[in-house]
Design a protein. Sequence first.
Length: 430
Amino acid sequence: MSELGIFLIVGLLVLLALGVPIAFTLGILTVGGLWLADVDLVMLAQRVLAGTNVSSLLAIPGFILAGDLMSAGGLSRRLVRFAAALLGHLSGGLSMATVAAGTFFGAISGSAPATTAAVGSVMIDEMEKRGYSRGYGAALATAVGPIGQMIPPSIPMVVWAVLAEESVSKLFVAGVIPGLLAAAGFVLVSYIYAKRNKIPTDRRASARELWDAVREGFWALLAPVVILGGIYGGVFTPTEASMVGVLYGLIVGLFVYRDLKLSDLPELLLRSMRTTAVIMFIIAMAYGFAWLMAAEQIPTQITAALLSVSDNPVVIILLLNLLLLLLGAVMDNISAMVILSSVLTAIGTQIGMEPIQLGAMVVINFAVGMATPPVGYSLFVGASVSGLRLETVTRHLWPFLLVLLGVILAVAFIPPVTTWLPEVLVSRGG
């Protein structure tokens, strides 16, 4: 490896170990690398502009704002009420309702921490009142967060689609079956927990109560249908769908449910702008860094080193998943995806993995990382909304993490889990 390659790799490890923010780390290394290579620093500006001048990235601020508007507009609370009315009479019904509400809200927000916050803030107290331990409720809210990044719309799916030059629509739908598998696994865990701990069941909701829950939650339940139905029905693109989501959230929050006030909008806009700015700054800096890495053929060298360990694709895929899980537990997933995209796509090509399957596997691994210590964002949110220590929540997480690991293995070794629906629902042109 060249001196520049060593500088980039060692510098990345050192700066991350020192706690330097990832965007600044990538920017510093890119400037230093260009100086060492005696390349005009204007190349950084060119790479930044080239990396961010992608229309698909416009979906990111749209889906972030749409999720914030729908959460503040009362949609998450009504989704929870509907799920509880539908499932509360079953053994573990309230826990199952939490899973269902998290899955529905994930189809609105596209964010793991947002899903955990929206569901946990409502359900953890309710579950504790019905006999569930508070730690279990917080762990469940934490675990359903990653479903928000598996099923569409998913912000990390948009990022990976741009990085790997794949269809956003195909990647979106590739996460549907894995997300539903995770939800089904959590429902099974809910049932076993309730039986083992003798959790009392609620009475079955009357027809009137169920109708009231459906009527009140109708507009919340319709949101995923409008957004995803529009994408796969060919009415609008994923980027346009994000703007439709913003408009839908505004109309329902302000005029239908009236939980949202005009005075709330400046704060919501500012919050969404902050989140978007962080993501876009990371992507912009990472494009310069990735260009330098590619120029030094570092991804090719790393790919060759990994493939030299074994020529068995099963072994390579297991090693890849282990690497992704470890990185997801200690790094921001957007940062990790941007840094590793060229390496991962090269390895995927070498072992013959379908690009859509590879993208889904990467995103889902990093989604699981959002719920695992030490730096999982959903784990921090779950601890925060429950008022419990991280260790307490983590102790109750293991059954849910086993389910998520099973989903990762299914995605990695059963291609139709991620490739069948895209082939059926999305045209080959993407």
